[in-house]
Ligand binder design. Structure first.
Ligand code: PEP
Length: 263
């Protein structure tokens, strides 16, 4: 049985004070299930270090902290950027790359995402790689082709020799379901995720493909998680809006383990 992975993506929310308060509340509610589920909190840059420290202070050392972005560059004249060394220095262990908001609002191309993914892996950080189609692509019945292109363009010619098993996580996030309250039907999400798992078997070395967890993201809520986690291929969830309240996010974490244990 694959251990579920639940990721919070706080986006442009959560000051240091709010982050500390969240973790205090959250810790109380997930202490009992923290060995059955992997949890990642993805905070804005200014709250990352606070989150790392607050997790330790509240007995949640196993929870990983992720950045929502990173530069593909090493150092130099790139005003406003943060590199992987800076993240590692403050205890960050993972980075989200390819989120649709970065692709659409900040014009990140498949090429940029490929460079960032490589940089994250070369820096021994966990890569949380997002992919997903727009409503237009889905209505044209081009979802599978679109996702294959996104995945192949990042990974086709990557040198996997130094990539550890479980260093890559893929999140399937249909854009039309992100922040809209519309979740993708669980059976359809499961179908796409199974396709992704079949596809990476042709790209990744076998042990890496088998250890890569593929998550669903898009308006996940406490009321949807049990059904999503009961699907055969879905290994966890990437949660935006519902990760901002400690109660809701703790319910998602706790329900995810219950669903997997009952499956
Ligand atoms: C996300 O931020 O990746 C996301 C899935 O957001 P939401 O859960 O709000 O749809």
């Amino acid at each position: 049985m694959t251990k579920p992975l639940i990721i919070a993506n706080w986006k442009l929310n959560m000051t240091q004070k709010q982050s500390s308060e969240f973790i205090k509340d959250f810790a109380e509610k997930v202490k009992a299930s923290q060995n059955q589920v992997d949890i990642i909190l993805s905070a804005p840059f200014t709250s990352l270090e606070t989150v790392v420290k607050a997790l330790t202070n509240n007995g949640l050392e196993k929870v990983t902290v992720a950045s929502q972005n990173v530069s593909e560059h090493e150092s130099g004249a790139f005003t406003g950027e943060i590199n992987t060394e800076m993240l590692k220095e403050i205890g960050v262990q993972a980075v989200i790359v390819g989120h649709s908001e970065r692709r659409e609002i900040f014009n990140e191309t498949n090429e940029t995402i490929k460079s960032k993914s490589k940089k994250v892996l070369d820096s021994n950080l966990k890569l949380i790689f997002c992919c997903g189609e727009s409503l237009e692509t889905r209505e044209k019945d081009e979802t599978d082709k679109w996702i294959e292109t996104q995945i192949r363009s990042a990974f086709n010619d990557l040198d996997f020799s130094k990539v550890e098993n479980d260093q890559i996580v893929i999140a399937y996030e249909p854009i039309w379901a992100i922040g809209t309250g519309k979740t993708c039907d669980s059976i359809e999400a499961n179908r796409v995720i199974q396709n992704i798992k079949d596809l990476i078997k042709n790209i990744f070395p076998a042990s890496l493909a088998n250890s890569t967890r593929v998550l669903y993201g898009g308006s996940v809520k406490p009321s949807t998680i049990e059904e999503q986690m009961a699907q055969t291929a879905i290994d966890g969830a990437l949660v935006g809006g519902a990760s901002l309240k400690a109660n809701d996010f703790a319910d998602i974490v706790n329900f995810s383990t219950k669903a997997v244990l009952n499956a």
